[in-house]
Design a protein around this ligand. Structure first.
Ligand code: GLA
Length: 463
């Protein structure tokens, strides 16, 4: 195997390169054993850690994720028919096969094939009218520590979707730009039922080594997304502290938040018709003083309101019922509009302040913004959990930690910590033992290196 090709992706640490080389070799052997001899291609898509900007993407706001050097690897061989067959190097993931078409029936909820089905269906709908889309045989290798750890808020499911889409468009020679592919993949993930945004897909496809991605999630009227790569200063490291808490079934709570933000926009529009997204609600855009702005929000947005109370406040019954159906919300759960909107409005401000701070190398300021972002996720968005709060508080006590916050969708998963480089690794042991003592759980701790976005790994001589 050509380790030079791997070095351009994973850096020059010889131990890491040897481990990656073994990982690719094993994957290749597994592929050939299952699918027979012949040429093989490789595609990789990284996980991401979001530095700041949580639950702002589907609100047309700002985010700042970092693509990682941890990735999902596919070994792939094109097929002449429309079948997609996949196996996983981890036996917990059952092999599957399905035929590509514009309407692929979903597998039961939670089945990993749904990420492939979502991507395949979306590609067939967009491009399949001109040419039939050909399938592929795939072996997936995604085991941590070199793969993307699951349930830690690193977006391993997006890595699967994006890698499947990237492999299919490459094999079928479909010309599509990276932002368009990211957008396509974000819609493909709605297939699994979560009304998420596009941060994870943009980060997976447009991340850059040693940089964070500053993305404006509201495209221009021509459909262009503004983005910029902001260097992560050498003086800091990004560390993931995984709480070990995996909250299943967050889909309902997630979709509830999406709906609550839409209700906020709708209520604000009656007084301020120019507001189309929460990022339009700022003292400057509405020409209000800071205090008048917050008073206005408190007047217009209820802290908590039932379905009927929202209709009494002027929301159209039909509109609300469609929203509830479209987001598959449970009946009778009240809507917490003001705190959710306050989180999104203040989080957008924090991302903008964070970009300025990072560009200026002001890592302490950036750290404080991360801390404030955690408090907002915890108290206003209601998207943390006691174990993660404990882990964040333990991290905050470490002198080398500049900032720490829950990262990803929430309700469990990981904490992103910004750490001053070169202060030794003792703090990691301190965090681990304090967390174990308080919760009985062992955190997984991963030092993350900002890596490049997804791509085909060429010149590996895998055939
Ligand atoms: C999930 C979604 C993203 C984003 C985050 C929260 O990861 O997939 O689009 O909404 O949650 O910031």
């Amino acid at each position: 195997m050509n380790t030079h090709a791997l070095g351009t992706i994973y850096g020059d640490d010889q131990d890491v390169l040897a481990a990656q080389s073994a990982r690719y070799r094993q994957a290749r052997e597994g592929f050939l054993a299952r699918f027979g001899p012949g040429p093989v291609m490789a595609f990789r898509t990284p996980g991401r850690i979001n530095l700041i900007g949580e639950h702002t993407d589907y609100n047309g706001g700002f985010v700042m994720p970092v693509a990682l050097d941890k990735d999902v690897l596919f070994l792939v061989r094109p097929r002449q028919d429309s079948t997609v067959r996949a196996i996983n190097s981890e036996s917990a993931f059952a092999p599957f096969a399905f035929a590509l078409s514009a309407e692929i029936p979903p597998a039961p909820h939670g089945d990993w094939s749904n990420y492939f089905r979502g991507a395949g269906g979306e590609i067939c709908r967009r491009f399949g009218e001109q040419v039939p889309i050909k399938g592929m045989d795939v072996l997936v290798s995604g085991t941590a520590p070199y793969g993307v750890s699951r349930g830690s808020g690193l977006s391993s499911s997006t890595a699967l979707t994006v890698n499947a889409a990237l492999a299919l468009v490459t094999l079928n020679e479909i010309p599509v730009s990276r932002p368009d592919l990211a957008h396509l993949c974000s819609e493909a993930e709605w297939y699994v039922g979560t009304r998420g945004g596009m941060m994870d897909q943009f980060s997976a496809l447009l991340g850059r080594r040693d940089h964070a991605l500053f993305l404006d999630c509201r495209p221009s009227p021509q459909g262009i997304y503004a983005l910029d790569h902001v260097p992560v200063p050498d003086s800091v490291q990004i560390v993931l502290l995984n709480s070990g808490v995996r909250h299943e079934n967050v889909r309902g709570a997630f979709n509830q938040r999406v709906a609550e933000c839409k209700i906020g926009v709708k209520l604000l529009q009656s007084g301020y018709p120019t507001i189309t997204h929460l990022r339009d609600a700022t003292p400057e855009t509405l020409e209000l003083s800071e205090s008048d702005f917050w008073t206005m929000l408190e007047d217009v947005l209820p802290v908590r309101a039932s379905h009927e109370a929202l209709i009494r406040r002027g929301l159209d019954r039909r509109w609300l019922e469609d929203l509830i159906a479209d987001h598959r919300l449970a009946a009778g759960v009240p809507f917490e509009v003001l705190p959710r909107c306050r989180h999104v409005i203040t989080e957008n401000e924090r991302v903008l302040a964070g970009v300025t701070a990072l560009r200026a190398g002001q890592v302490e300021t950036f750290g404080h913004l991360m801390d404030a972002a955690h408090i907002s996720m915890r108290d206003d968005y209601g998207a943390s959990c006691p174990e993660v709060d404990t882990l964040v508080e333990i991290a905050w006590r470490q002198p080398c930690v500049l900032g720490a916050r829950i990262t990803g969708a929430g309700w469990g998963g990981g904490v992103a910590a910004l750490v001053r480089r070169g202060r030794g690794a003792d703090w990691i042991d301190d965090v681990r033992s304090a967390y174990e003592r308080t919760t009985g759980l062992t955190p997984e701790i991963i030092v993350c290196r900002p890596g490049d976005g997804a791509g085909q790994v060429e010149n590996l001589s895998l055939g």
